[in-house]
Design a protein around this ligand. Structure first.
Ligand code: ATP
Length: 349
């Protein structure tokens, strides 16, 4: 087990700075998910931790030891990629055993390790099969097992589930959470999918343009986003945002906090609108409500409105968020919070 520290790490490619001066501590034994839009530098960060690329400047420590000049194989980390990197001509057993043979681990020990690890990832019945006869999820488990035999203190995973279909992805997410619990090692997982991040992480590290936007537990990131970017990246549909009408400030509310009704309610923010679209998803319905300059997404457990219908939209005061012109969330203790609340009440119909 090992914590990972990045101290003032910068990465540039051809003078183009991809990661400027990043400081991050990834806790020992935790499941940390690096999430952010395509190109924000997640893979770059993971490759530096693995030692596949050297950082331009700064220090990386694993388990308190500076690994800046330590080769990838000596860092005690294992990487699992999107493309499984398994050998198609070898059986599952040989694939898992391969690294052990290379490291001259004695035969009896190899057999014991392969059997115990294949049991952990549910591959025991498939040890003599070729990868081509396995499903995508089973192949991903072979890749995991290959990483596990090395008994790394850190697992680095780069979008390992993105080649799987939606149903299998959900199942593998649960398996990864269970695997993490069993192994107790440090997991660092890269994805651009915020649902994956929310469902698996102990800690989410949200990145944009090579910079950390917020580092928090999933529920904190959802309830107390540090800025507009975090508020709109996490959550489906994202947080609704509109202009307060003062100081360039914005207000926001989550789609499930908007309540639709035929008559006006006493909600703090109450506006008239028209249902523009309706998506019935089974247990919930997502409406798009056009109101003046705004198009708000509303998630409702009820499915009783239809397209083109005029409705009232209400949001209670304790479900409203405010963001300054600098896009940072304004704390309820801040003097501006009360002023913007009042402004919004006035903006209500
Ligand atoms: P994705 O989710 O699309 O994989 P990402 O967040 O993992 O994106 P990175 O792969 O880390 O993003 O890339 C970050 C930026 O660095 C991109 O603009 C990319 O083009 C650039 N980049 C990455 N590797 C190199 C390289 N070897 N040479 C030049 N530019 C690179």
């Amino acid at each position: 087990m090992a914590a990972i520290e990045l101290v003032q790490v910068t990465q540039s490619f051809d003078k183009h700075v991809v990661i400027p001066n990043l400081n991050l501590t990834i806790e020992d034994g935790k499941f940390t998910v690096l999430v952010g839009p395509s190109g924000c530098g997640k893979t770059t960060l993971l490759r530096m931790i693995a030692g596949l690329d050297a950082q331009s400047s700064g220090k990386i420590l694993i388990g308190g030891k500076d690994v800046t000049h330590v080769a990838p194989g000596q860092r005690g980390v294992a990487m699992v990629f999107q493309n499984y990197a398994i050998y198609p001509t070898m059986s599952v057993r040989d694939n898992i055993e391969f690294g052990l043979k290379n490291n001259k681990v004695p035969k009896a020990e190899r057999t014991r390790l392969v059997e115990s690890i294949s049991e952990t990832v549910g591959l025991r019945p498939y040890l003599d099969r070729k990868p081509s006869t396995l499903s995508g999820g089973q192949r991903q488990r072979v890749a995991l097992a290959r990483a596990m035999v090395k008994k790394p203190s850190v697992f680095l995973m780069d979008e390992p589930l993105s080649n799987l279909d939606a149903k299998l992805r959900v199942q593998m997410r649960i398996e990864l959470i269970e695997l993490h619990k069993k192994l107790g090692s440090t997991f660092v997982y890269v994805t651009h999918d915020q649902v994956e991040a929310m469902s698996m992480a102990d800690t989410i590290v949200l990145m944009n343009h090579g910079q950390i936007q917020q580092e928090a537990a999933p529920e904190t990131m959802y309830r107390q986003p540090s800025n507009l970017f975090a508020a709109q990246f996490i959550g489906v549909p994202p947080m609704n945002v509109g202009d307060v009408g003062a100081d360039g400030a914005k207000f926001g509310f989550r789609p499930e906090s908007g309540v639709l009704s035929a008559e006006r309610t006493d909600a703090h923010y109450a506006v008239r609108g028209t249902i523009a679209t309706r998506e019935m998803l089974g247990s919930e319905t997502i409406y798009q409500v056009k109101s003046g300059p705004h198009a708000f997404m509303i998630k409702s457990a009820e499915d009783r409105f239809s397209v083109d219908q005029d409705v009232w939209l209400g949001v209670q005061a304790d479900h409203l968020y405010f963001f300054g012109a600098d896009e940072k969330r304004i704390d309820p203790g801040d003097a501006r919070f009360g002023a913007y609340m009042t402004a919004l009440k006035r903006a209500s119909s």
